[in-house]
Structures are given as C-alpha cells and as structure tokens.
Design a protein around this ligand. Structure first.
Ligand SMILES: [Zn+2]
Length: 143
C-alpha cells in the first residue's frame, strides 16, 4: 500500500484529529468544514489546526491550498509513512477575525516510519490573502 495515500475521513462525530477547537470538538464541528471547503477557517489557529489534520489524513490538496503561493513549494507532499500523533497549541498572537497577520506556536508529535517518536515545534506565521488565512512559513523552528 502507498504509505502516502490519503486516509479516509474520520467519522463526523469522532473527536477531531487536531484535538478539537474548542478542545474535544468533533471532527464535523472542527476541521471537517475546512478540509471539505465548506468554510475557510476564520482564524489563523483554526487554519493551522486544519493543516495539522490534513497532515494526519494526508490531504495534500489542503496542504497546498492553505500555503501562501509566495512561499509554498511547487508540490506539497504528505510525509511518507509519518504518523502524526498529537497537536498542542502553545501560544497564539493575533490571527483573529479582525487581524491580517497571526503567529501560532505549536508542537506536533509524530512517529517516523521506523517507529521513532519525533516532535515538530514551530512558531508559524500566517497572513490573510484575499480574506483567507494562509500559512506563510516558520518564524522559527525550535525542534
Ligand atoms: Zn480540528
């Protein structure tokens, strides 16, 4: 089996893979509207969470369309065989309904294909483009 193939969507009533926003929210009430394009996430944090969930589900289309055209690579591929195991948002600066820029610091844990655990700790920058939040890139990668 292709280890980068998209995974099936979780049941709508399942806990959201991102942990939920607010915490514990169901997938249907959290990242599903973003991943199905029913609604663009209204805040930078929610956009970031939807990108984490897209990593979990290997939804490369969502990773591509939420990455600012100025900084995104020509193709965005899910990590081969990486299993994402949890997200913790550490800090949020701006990125709200009235903002044009935002910063979200988060930790995302994963297991590599050989089973080794890892963690991505990033301070990520987001900007609005045509009224939609977009991932611009890391302000800092801490681990
Ligand atoms: Zn979510």
């Amino acid at each position: 089996m292709d280890s980068r193939a998209p995974l099936p969507d979780p049941p709508a009533s399942a806990p959201c893979p991102c942990g939920g926003y607010p915490q514990g929210a169901e997938y249907s009430q959290c990242c599903e509207p973003a991943l199905t394009l029913a609604a663009w996430p209204p805040t930078a944090q929610q956009l970031m969470r939807s990108r984490y969930t897209a990593h979990v589900l290997r939804n490369e289309d969502h990773l591509f369309r939420t990455w600012h055209p100025r900084t995104r690579p020509p193709e965005v591929e899910a990590e081969d065989g990486t299993v994402w195991t949890g997200l913790t948002v550490e800090a949020v600066t701006a990125g709200g309904l009235e903002d044009e820029e935002g910063i979200v610091e988060y930790r995302a844990s994963y297991r590599e294909p050989d089973g080794a655990p890892g963690e991505l700790h990033e301070v990520a920058r987001f900007v609005r483009r045509a009224r939609r939040w977009m991932y611009l890139g890391p302000a800092e990668v801490l681990s």
